[in-house]
Design a protein around this ligand. Sequence first.
Ligand SMILES: [Zn+2]
Ligand SMILES: [Zn+2]
Ligand SMILES: [Zn+2]
Length: 762
Amino acid sequence: MTETGTTVEDGSNTRRHRIYVRGTVQGVGFRPFVHQAAADLGLVGWVRNEGSSVAIEVEGPGERLADFRNALEGSPPPLAEVLEVLVTPIEPVGETVFQVLASERRDEPVQVASDIATCADCLAEVLDPDDRRHGYAFTNCTNCGPRFTIVDQVPYDRTNTTMSAFTMCEACRAEYEDTSNRRFHAQPTCCPDCGPSLTLTDLSPDGPPPNDPIDRAAARLLDGEVLAVKGLGGYHLAVLADSESAVERLRSRKHREDKPFAVMVPDLDAAQGLCEVDAIGEDLLTDPARPIVLLRRRPDCPIADAVGPHTTEVGLMLPYTPLHHLLLRAVGRPLVLTSGNASDEPIAYRDDDARRRLAGIADAILSHDRPIRIRTDDSVVRSVAGQPMAIRRSRGFVPDSLRLPVPTRRPVLGVGAELKSTVALADGDRAVVSHHIGDLRHLETHGSFLEAIEHLGRLFQIEPQVVAHDLHPDYLSTAHATGIEGVDLVGVQHHHAHVAACLVDNGRTDEVIGVAFDGTGHGTDGTSWGGEFLVADLAASTRRGHLEVLPLPGGDAAMREPWRMAAVHLAHLGDPMAETPLRGRQPSWDDVVALAGSDLAGRTSSAGRLFDAVAALVGVRDVANYEGQAAIEFEQRVDPSETGAYRAGLFDDGTLVVRGSDLFAAALDDLRTGIDVGRIAARFHHGLADAVVETCDRIRADGGPEVVALTGGVFLNRVLLTRAVEGLEGCGFEVLRHREIPPNDGGISLGQVAVAAAFDRR
Ligand SMILES: [Zn+2]
Ligand SMILES: [Zn+2]
Ligand SMILES: [Zn+2]
């Protein structure tokens, strides 16, 4: 408890208000801010955390109480987000001071904040040779530092974090208790005398003994070695980003063929030297969440090609812990910082596990003794058609809650899909989406799926009574949901969940035309969908159109081998033996064509597979080494000077069908007449976008809505999204697109809880 002596003057005008402030108001310096505001205005009373809210009683002259309320709403601390201020007048009690009271534990959900990049004040201290935290890698304050990655349970107090093992020294304790200090009630605050410390562990048998861990680590990196670095939400693997040989070494040890690595640079200037950074890119790079931002490389960009083979983009991020700042400064060159794992496994975050799993990959480990409570990968964003769009929402954004436009009647769990998996919990109008979990088919990922459900449930004190799941009978998430006892199950069609996620992202409840383009999702007819036009609101959806349905020869294999869909399309055109160079490269071509013509092949309307077919046809990629690779590289080949568009037929057989094979056939014609890949790529993208516009127009003409939601992973494609938005808006549609919630399967769990909540109300 902290007291200061602000005395209220006597006067007949004295009033007292009981105030609740809802939002992200804990662990963000809100109580010291309230204390200061009250002191500035000469008011008395108290402030404390209550559940998710901050409760205040404040007393003084009426006009100053109005000023106080304005301060709460108008100038809260930088990391706070005030959603609501509720004021109730009560009887004055005549105290003489304003107090900060200890938290009151209450049985209502609480708000745990996300991890925040090192603030400018802390960085200045770390770099100041005269400061007691000079060079200290764990410096933080109320405005920055770890939160979600260290908290074990609520309330958010030091004893409930992985900092509980470190006892504050006298100097830190004094700062922690001083209401005027930047570190007042900063739970992870520490210094070199009392906090965690770094160690550099050599993994080669005869390495030299360590002295200063950061200098030693930098020297190893400058020698081209691979370093494991313990970060905020897990271990990274680091190498020099401008050294082809160092990056190749990391690729071969990690068994990762093509998937691009992220690169950390010291500041915005350095980022601008490597990539084209527009205003949105600047905002994203410097956001306190410090996501990885996908940016176009400058022609003279010195980043090694091996960082992102076959791609013109690179994912950049700025340092978000003092350790990163110190390491980048010591190295003086950009660093690859990629997840600490072998390909496809979840990121390592426990020390013993990291040591075991990274032993064959890293030459040394730069670690520390502050445990990570939950693994949290870096977030990924890009700017698309003039707006930011989340690709992976994880560290820095999780567990910030989202507002459900239709509140739940009973608490809901959404278990997500299978790839890019997340889970979501919702209670009332608040939904919390987990960190990125990944591909559930990996055993270790499945473990972290279970842990995420348990951990989020505990942090937010939500016990689900309704569980929403995908309709796919073989997804492990579905199996988990159906195995939970004592709850009601709601199966949500995959693309309906995508549309619902887009509605939540835009705070909407109205009926829309949902255009859901992705790789695959289980349809209500048991086939694989992925090029869908749904008329949907949160509670219900009807399939009004889709891309042409074609055979899917060999499920997962068709996803990994885009050439198979090219073979399907050529066969569909009655030209299976077309003499393309592609056919010559694939010995099993005829078998795949035979499979596609048999009853054994699945059927799909997937937009992702249509991209695969055309990309493979024109020689962009026969085999994908990561999900969506062919489509991503095809988009990058688009010649921006080309304005032409292929035309896809649209016919009505009860539902509207967009003839994707027309786009493929047009590309084949162009290929045969020697048109270059850049023009073909542009005409294909434009043609598909135009088909979206035409189909939505037809649905509207039949009495459908005038609002279109564009969703599904395919709408991460800049060229497609930009042209579709322009075309739709040109036809008078209102267009909803994703911003905070990824359009890919990372958003499915949120869509599921939104649908289940709306359904449960009906
Ligand atoms: Zn700070
Ligand atoms: Zn200390
Ligand atoms: Zn999907």
